[in-house]
Ligand binder design. Structure first.
Ligand SMILES: NC(=O)c1ccc[n+]([C@@H]2O[C@H](COP(=O)([O-])OP(=O)(O)OC[C@H]3O[C@@H](n4cnc5c(N)ncnc54)[C@H](OP(=O)(O)O)[C@@H]3O)[C@@H](O)[C@H]2O)c1
Length: 256
């Protein structure tokens, strides 16, 4: 299979890295010349990656085309490009919906929206796709865990939660910086904090068939440190604000 990536930025490079760590049988990958630096790096690193002359050439040569451009760029360029009949188009673009994509592409192609996240580069993490598609499902299952969603409106909720990556890293940063202020070396502080959250994340995945409130409860000793922390954070509105942020992102996504 020949893949094409329109837009060679953060998410495209993560997906391509993941592909070459997986068992997927890919004949060739064409990437667009932008971003020039990233495109050059990828083509140097992976023999099967070639930089196409322009966006149209990439589409002409590929079986599946991934859209890894920002919504602004997508709105500008998609209508000028000619997709092949029955080509598969997988869009990573957060705020262009299926109807708008169909209209912009203007050809009978199969369009799937997907939400890969940067850890796809290490073949980890969920990849919600909408609408369900057998081939795309098995493709992303090699790079993480595909979640098929029937209804586009419902898939928007997953987009909203994917906006919590930077807040998560900020949490790690604040904790590490706090340790550093207490005189601990950066390397030790960061190792401690990231290993702690790695362990907690793994444990929560193992327990993800249970209601997560049990993990919240089980990790607290009565009158212990965790009880104090969660109570104080609740009282300060930390979690209410988290929900507010999710609602804010959702509102923006629903405007599209
Ligand atoms: N990052 C994530 O975690 C993530 C996750 C899921 C989905 N997404 C979605 O994926 C899309 C890309 O996100 P990103 O974070 O990868 O953004 P990014 O790093 O800014 O990548 C966008 C790429 O598009 C290129 N580009 C600009 N104009 C172009 C044109 N006319 N033709 C071809 N390529 C062009 C840019 O090149 P220049 O640098 O030369 O402008 C850049 O390589 C967005 O719609 C985003 O919502 C992102």
């Amino acid at each position: 299979m020949i893949l094409g990536f329109l837009g060679t930025g953060r998410i495209t490079s993560s997906v391509i890295e993941g592909i070459f760590k997986s068992k997927l049988k890919i004949k060739k990958i064409y990437i667009s010349p932008r971003n020039k630096t990233i495109a050059k790096k990828l083509s140097k690193r992976f023999k099967k990656v070639s930089i196409s002359r322009n966006n149209q050439q990439l589409i002409d040569k590929s079986n599946w085309v991934f859209l890894g451009v920002t919504p602004k760029v997508g709105n500008k360029i998609l209508k000028k490009l000619n997709f092949k009949k029955n080509q598969k188009v997988i869009s990573f673009i957060s705020t262009i919906n299926l109807t708008q994509l169909k209209r912009a592409i203007g050809r009978k192609v199969k369009i799937i929206r997907a939400i890969p996240l940067p850890p796809i580069s290490i073949r980890k993490g969920p990849v919600p796709i909408c609408p369900p598609d057998k081939q795309v499902k098995s493709f992303f299952n090699q790079l993480g865990a595909t979640i098929e969603i029937n209804n586009e409106k419902s898939s928007i909720n997953f987009w909203a939660t994917s906006g919590m990556m930077a807040p998560f890293y900020e949490l790690l940063k604040v904790m590490s910086d706090w340790l550093i202020k207490k005189g601990i070396k950066r390397s030790e502080a960061q190792k401690y904090v990231t290993s702690l959250f790695m362990a907690l994340s793994e444990d929560s995945v193992i327990n993800s068939n249970k209601d997560l409130k049990y993990l919240v409860k089980d990790s607290q000793t009565p009158r212990g440190l965790n009880e104090q922390a969660v109570k104080q954070l609740r009282k300060s509105g930390f979690y209410r604000n988290l929900e507010k942020s999710l609602n804010g992102i959702l509102k923006r996504l629903n405007k599209v």
